[in-house]
Every structure is written in structure tokens, then in C-alpha cells.
Write a protein that binds this ligand. Structure first.
Ligand SMILES: NC(=O)c1ccc[n+]([C@@H]2O[C@H](COP(=O)([O-])OP(=O)(O)OC[C@H]3O[C@@H](n4cnc5c(N)ncnc54)[C@H](OP(=O)(O)O)[C@@H]3O)[C@@H](O)[C@H]2O)c1
Length: 262
């Protein structure tokens, strides 16, 4: 299926690995020119080389910390007129006890997971509107919708991000600037695989046994972790020409783990 976005330009902020990388790769496969950012330069360069080798598309690395105004400025300088904006970051640290969360923890979480995407949207949606096409996908977390203490530094700021995104999506839809949010559950990113490998080395058993233990402890109905590749395909769909009538939605991708009725 041709998603109708070949030749478009995309900023993929936070995309040297994990679901951001998989989304950038899926967009590049569609013929989109991608500008991918991360803080760590080495992994970023290798991600760019990897995508370009696979798709033959134009891929540019932008080393930048998008939780800072300077980082966001660097991204926008590299791609001043994006048609597509995909934004994420690493999972914030988990918290066992809500009492241990400091003001600095909150400030870090809010700057990275909420203010960064809001500011990147604010800087880009008017240009998208003027050019008659725009797609924004925030990659957030299922914890935005289903709260828990361990995810307090991830969920609340993302709930606020969803609130902002839905509000702005209604203001921008008439100009074909379409803003949506994806809420991932348990996906096996490189980090997660490394954790299984470390657990297998420390506790014995195989990596697959460690993986299965976690899936069964959480009771994921689909019986496995999600893989970033399938996530990237959904992200590309939300960036496609066909997303035009899907406005301000938050799609949970979690293998059926946490279901509301709608
Ligand atoms: N993996 C899961 O199972 C899972 C579950 C629920 C929710 N989520 C959510 O899904 C999102 C993506 O998770 P993931 O597992 O794919 O993350 P990941 O593998 O850690 O990848 C995050 C990417 O963002 C970059 N990044 C992080 N902070 C950044 C910053 N301030 N500025 C620029 N780039 C930054 C990282 O590179 P650098 O470190 O080099 O900057 C990396 O390329 C997160 O928001 C997470 O909360 C993930």
C-alpha cells in the first residue's frame, strides 16, 4: 500500500533506537526524507547509515537534546519546513514510591516528555497549515491513560501532552494538519532485550525464558512483547495521506494488556 507521502520531509525527534527509529525507518521506506535526532552521536550516525543502506532514501542526523531550546533550534535549523513531526524520548525512570519523586524529577520529566513535543508542535504546525499538509505523531505511553505509581514520571506529563494535542488538533484540522498520539505498552526495544540478557546471565536460564516470564507476569493477552517494526508501521500510517480524517486520537498498542471499553 502506498501511503501517499513520498517526497515529504519528516523530523523524527528521539529516533536513534527503539520506536522512534522504527518509525523513521518506516517513513523512509515510504520515500520520506527523514531528519533524525538524538543526544548520543555515535548511535545516531549508525542509525542514519542503517536506514539509508536499507531504503536508499535521504536521511540526516541531527545531534540534539530536544528537551532544551537549543536542541529544538538545531532540529528546526536542519529541517525548517517539515511536513511530518514524530516525537519521542527514552522511557523516564520508574518510581517504586511516589514519596521519593523530587521537584527536579518532575521538572526533568515535564521538560522532556511534555514541553519538548509541545514546543516542536508550536514551531511547526503553522508552516504545515500554510503548505496545506501536516502530520504530527506523539509517541507517548499507555501510562498516559492507565496510571500507575511506577510510571508517575512518564504518565502524568503525557496525559497533559494528550490534552494539549487534542486541543490543538481541533484548531489545526481544517488546514489538513493532523495531530495524533500513539500509546505503546510493552515493546521489545534494544534496552529491553539487554535487560533480558542481563537477567539470563545473572539468574540463569535463557533470554527467551526471561522474556516469557515477563509476558506471563503481566498477562499480555497477545502472549508476547510488541516489536518496534510493527509499531513503526502504525506510526507511518498515522503520518499518511489516509490519516486525514483521524483527528486528535490516542491509540493504545499493547497486545490487549490494558483495555478500556473504547
Ligand atoms: N519500550 C517500551 O516497552 C515502552 C513502553 C511504554 C512506553 N514507552 C514509551 O515509548 C517511548 C519510546 O520508548 P523506546 O523504548 O523506544 O525508547 P528508547 O529505545 O530509549 O529510544 C529513545 C530514543 O530517543 C532518544 N532520546 C531520548 N531523550 C532524548 C532527548 N532529550 N533529546 C533527543 N533524543 C532523545 C534516544 O537517544 P539518546 O539517548 O542518544 O538521546 C533514543 O534514540 C518513550 O516515551 C517511552 O516512555 C516505551
Amino acid at each position: 500500500m502506498d501511503l501517499g507521502i513520498a517526497g515529504r520531509k519528516a523530523i523524527c525527534a528521539g529516533a536513534s533506537r527503539g520506536m522512534g527509529l522504527a518509525s523513521a525507518r518506516a517513513l523512509s521506506r515510504e520515500g520520506v526524507e527523514v531528519f533524525i535526532s538524538a543526544r548520543g552521536e555515535e548511535r545516531l550516525k549508525s542509525a542514519v547509515a542503517d536506514i539509508a543502506a536499507e531504503t536508499g532514501g535521504k536521511v540526516t542526523a541531527v545531534p540534539a537534546d530536544h528537551s532544551t531550546p537549543e536542541g529544538r533550534a538545531a532540529l528546526l535549523a536542519a529541517c525548517p519546513e517539515p511536513d511530518i513531526l514524530v516525537i519521542t524520548c527514552s522511557p523516564p525512570k520508574t518510581t517504586d514510591d511516589f514519596r521519593d519523586i523530587s521537584v527536579e524529577d518532575w521538572q526533568g520529566s515535564i521538560a522532556t516528555t511534555m514541553v519538548a513535543p509541545i514546543e516542536l508542535m508550536r514551531a511547526t504546525v503553522d508552516g504545515m497549515a500554510a503548505r496545506g499538509f501536516g502530520r504530527v505523531v506523539n509517541i507517548a505511553t499507555v501510562a498516559a491513560k492507565f496510571p500507575s505509581v511506577p510510571r508517575l514520571l512518564s504518565g502524568p506529563a503525557r496525559s497533559a501532552l494528550v490534552n494539549y494535542s487534542v486541543s490543538v488538533s481541533k484548531a489545526m484540522a481544517k488546514d489538513n494538519v493532523i495531530i495524533n498520539t500513539l500509546l505503546p505498552g510493552m515493546f521489545e526495544t534494544e534496552n529491553m532485550t539487554a535487560r533480558f540478557e542481563a537477567d539470563a546471565a545473572a539468574k540463569g536460564g535463557t533470554v527467551e525464558e526471561q522474556r516469557r516470564k515477563v509476558v506471563s507476569r503481566f498477562g499480555v493477552p497477545r502472549g508476547r512483547f510488541g516489536n518496534p517494526e510493527e509499531f513503526g508501521a502504525w506510526c507511518a500510517m498515522f503520518c499518511s495521506q489516509y490519516a486525514e480524517y483521524v483527528v486528535g486520537q490516542s491509540l493504545v498498542l499493547d497486545g490487549g494488556l490494558i483495555n478500556g471499553l473504547f
